[in-house]
Ligand binder design. Structure first.
Ligand code: HEC
Length: 102
């Protein structure tokens, strides 16, 4: 049986999504710091995305230079400039807000 390419991509995608989806959540008592492996992966991904996409026009700004609110504003402004997807933007925001000024 011949499986067309688009179809097999869809299968791979489903496998990846299933494999990466959160396991049944065990009850956690303390909210912070971040221990959720999915969130941690997002922050790690966001860091590398930040370091590769946000230094093309200017030096990287230290995440601790701004608070979460300021990063929200700056990311809304910079995301179109950096031509990043909404997913990438969300990961970068996870990284920045996790290291933002309080
Ligand atoms: C296409 C060029 C370009 C890219 C890519 C870019 N920026 Fe910018 N950014 C600018 C310009 C232009 C300014 C305003 C003038 C300046 O500070 O140089 C700016 C300003 C900023 C400022 C404000 C600095 C201040 O002191 O007010 C922040 C924060 C910032 N960028 C973050 C980011 C982040 C985060 C990314 C990645 C998502 C990014 N930038 C990607 C061009 C870019």
């Amino acid at each position: 049986m011949k499986i067309n390419l688009k179809y097999s991509f869809a299968i791979v995608l489903v496998i990846v999504v299933v494999a990466c989806s959160p396991k049944v959540k065990t009850t956690t008592t303390t909210p912070a710091p971040v221990t959720d492996p999915i969130m941690l992966a997002k922050i790690t991904e966001g860091k590398s995305l930040y370091e590769t996409n946000c230094n093309k026009c200017h030096e990287l700004h230290n995440p601790g230079k701004y608070n979460e609110q300021q990063w929200t504003k700056y990311l809304d402004w910079m995301a179109p400039k950096a031509k990043i997807s909404d997913d990438q933007k969300a990961s970068i925001f996870a990284y920045l807000s996790n290291n933002a000024k309080h």
